[in-house]
Design a protein around this ligand. Structure first.
Ligand code: FE2
Length: 212
């Protein structure tokens, strides 16, 4: 059964897939014609979501981890500030239309982000999962979700669902169904359906009540 922390794992996978695409597009631009439009189309929203996610972690996850495992969270805050610096640098290189420098910084971004997310999954969220009861985990994930401005929620769905595999889509949807009030979930369901198009039926195959 999906627990609240599976929602975090799912969004982490979406970040991994998006930075792969951004890095591949930056590499192609550096090797080929220097056209950075594919990178530009993705990187700003990617970073905005990463920022909401990091703020949610700093507000809800890190203080809880500090209580149950002192001195652990500090290292992850350092990672977050590293991601901030990488974004500033990416922004700078893209603004100056330098494809080679952009590819160098996206490669560094991807390397740092992948390691950061792997550590969070294997270490930070493992500690949280083992030492914090399920209802408290639910509250933490609820606070994190609250960092997304309401009017940007449709964009979040349109960004996230295509970047997730079926297991993560199922987990995320089940968790939203658990934590969202009925009308809010009905709205989310409509957005997911619209976003997934032909792939919606695979999700209703996993969660049959969505089809009703
Ligand atoms: Fe993080």
């Amino acid at each position: 059964m999906a627990g609240p922390l599976d929602a975090v794992k799912a969004i982490h996978n979406a970040f991994r897939n998006d930075i792969d695409a951004i890095d591949a597009a930056a590499y192609a631009a550096a090797k080929g014609n220097g056209d950075l439009s594919a990178v530009i189309a993705r990187y700003e929203f990617f970073n905005e979501i990463l920022d909401w996610h990091a703020q949610g972690e700093e507000k809800a996850v890190f203080p809880k981890v500090e209580e149950i495992a002192p001195l652990v969270a500090e290292a992850y805050i350092t990672d977050h500030r590293g991601l901030d610096a990488l974004f500033a640098s990416m922004n700078d290189k893209i603004s100056s239309k330098d494809a080679l420098q952009t590819a160098r910084v996206t490669a560094a971004f991807k390397f740092h982000l992948d390691i950061h997310l792997d550590k969070e999954d294997a270490h930070l969220y493992r500690i949280l999962g083992e030492r914090v009861e399920m209802p408290e985990q639910g509250k933490i994930v609820g606070i994190m979700a609250g960092e997304v401005p309401q009017d940007r929620f449709p964009e979040l769905v349109q960004w996230m669902y295509p970047l997730m595999g079926l297991d993560d889509r199922e987990n995320m949807t089940r968790i939203w169904q658990m934590v969202m009030p009925e009308p809010a979930f009905a709205g989310a369901k409509g957005l997911i359906q619209q976003t997934l198009g032909d792939e919606w039926s695979a999700l209703t195959g996993r969660i049959p009540e969505l089809a009703s």
